[in-house]
Design a protein. Structure first.
Length: 383
């Protein structure tokens, strides 16, 4: 005699009807986060076979704002989606070997998809709160896992496509596709569950989007207040945290500009004596916040001309900061040659605050915040 596996009755909300509808929005948000993530990763690559464009100046601000907002929206969607399919993942395997192999392979791919997604959401969320409780590279691991999750997602979609299409084609309350055990009815209807899910995702978006969208600032409890800080721009790392308070305020400060053995050494007064230009440009942090402001200073190209650096040369930008990943960055030729790229000396009409990079900082259009180097000490053109 064969014993039937005991079937536990479960909520009628746990249905393909709900999973497909939540899954559709999860897929859309995941897709936005994936594509904008590729943009962000490429923008941070030192080597760019196709130059990352300097236009529009707010492009990275938009893509990175979308990236973080779409990622946050994925959190409630993923939780509801997982809840709706959980019994399928923990039920017994079929009796026959072929069925076991198929079922096992499908569950393995879902396990990869779920764990990669959870990793992406948790590391992304912690990163946006500027808390890095790990010692691996955030950027590399987040990027690698994004490909793994996307691969597993495409596989999952291919396997489920017939079910998804059928479920989306029927009414939410249609029971034709329901599993026999999903019969328990509580107070909440399927439409009610879906409405609550959209509201939760909407609130998550509102709570973060204010980091990018100024008029949402007041409601964005989870977002960094993008208008806070000297000159209306938040401070990411202070001069004290970077260990540059002394060197940045020393009278011995010089900015050294070099190319092919020629160097010039400039005080802040020397820089102020050169032609000054003002540009309205955003700081757009990879962590999701951004703020636009008017920066005033010397055009980078004018400084490179002092040492006869040719157009198209890349520039190694070094900070007074002695340690840390952001102390030196590479500025590609198209950014170095752009007229709006400045060595900024002032922000919003006031001398640059020590925490914003005094005596001088780099500001370039359409560039990830992490590459807008503060407390400049050396600009070395290389060809
Ligand atoms: N030397 C140095 N420059 C730096 C950083 C840093 O840690 N050290 N942080 C970068 C990051 S991550 C961002 S978002 C911007 C923020 O500039 P702000 O603090 O002036 O807003 O500065 C960038 N420049
Ligand atoms: Mo940043």
């Amino acid at each position: 005699m064969t014993t039937m596996p005991t079937v536990r009755e479960t909520s009628h909300l746990r249905s393909a009807a709900v999973a497909a509808r939540v899954g559709r929005w999860l897929g859309i948000c995941f897709g936005i986060a994936f594509l904008t993530g590729l943009v962000s990763h490429y923008a941070q690559n030192p080597s760019q076979p196709i130059p990352f464009p300097t236009n529009p100046s707010w492009g990275y601000r938009l893509t990175q704002g979308l990236h973080v907002t779409a990622g946050i929206a994925c959190i409630p969607l993923l939780l509801v989606k997982l809840w709706s399919v959980l019994p399928l993942l923990v039920r017994g395997l079929p009796a026959d070997w072929a069925g076991r192999a198929r079922d096992g392979a499908e569950r393995a791919s879902i396990a990869v998809l779920v764990s990669a997604s959870v990793f992406l959401l948790v590391t992304g969320l912690l990163n946006s709160t500027q808390w890095y409780p790990w010692d691996f590279s955030f950027r590399r691991s987040h990027y690698a896992l994004a490909w793994i999750a996307t691969g597993a997602l495409l596989l999952h979609l291919a396997v489920k496509l017939p079910t998804i299409r059928e479920a989306l084609g029927r009414d939410v309350d249609d029971t034709a596709l329901d599993r026999p055990e999903a019969v328990v009815r509580g107070g909440l209807s399927r439409r009610g569950l879906l409405r609550s899910t959209w509201v939760a995702a909407g609130l998550a978006v509102l709570a973060t989007a204010g980091s990018t969208v100024p008029w949402l600032r007041r409601v964005s409890v989870l977002g960094v207040r993008s208008g806070d800080g000297p000159g209306g721009v938040p401070v990411n790392r202070t001069a004290a945290a970077a260990g540059v308070e002394e060197s940045a305020s020393s009278p011995a400060y010089r900015l050294v500009v070099g190319y092919a053995g020629t160097t010039v050494s400039l005080t802040r007064d020397d820089l102020l004596a050169m032609p000054q230009r003002s540009e309205e440009l955003p700081i757009a942090c990879v962590e999701g916040w951004s703020a636009s402001a008017v920066w005033t200073g010397v055009r980078l190209r004018d400084l490179l001309d002092l040492v006869d650096a040719p157009r198209g040369a890349e520039v190694v930008v070094t900070s007074l900061q002695e340690r840390g990943a952001f102390r030196a960055t590479l500025l590609q030729g198209n950014f170095a040659d752009d007229d709006r790229t400045l060595v900024a000396l002032a922000l919003s009409g006031e001398p640059l605050d020590l925490d914003h990079g005094y005596p001088a900082r780099l500001i370039a259009p359409n560039r990830p915040g992490v590459l807008q180097t503060k407390w400049l000490s050396r600009l070395e053109a290389v060809t």
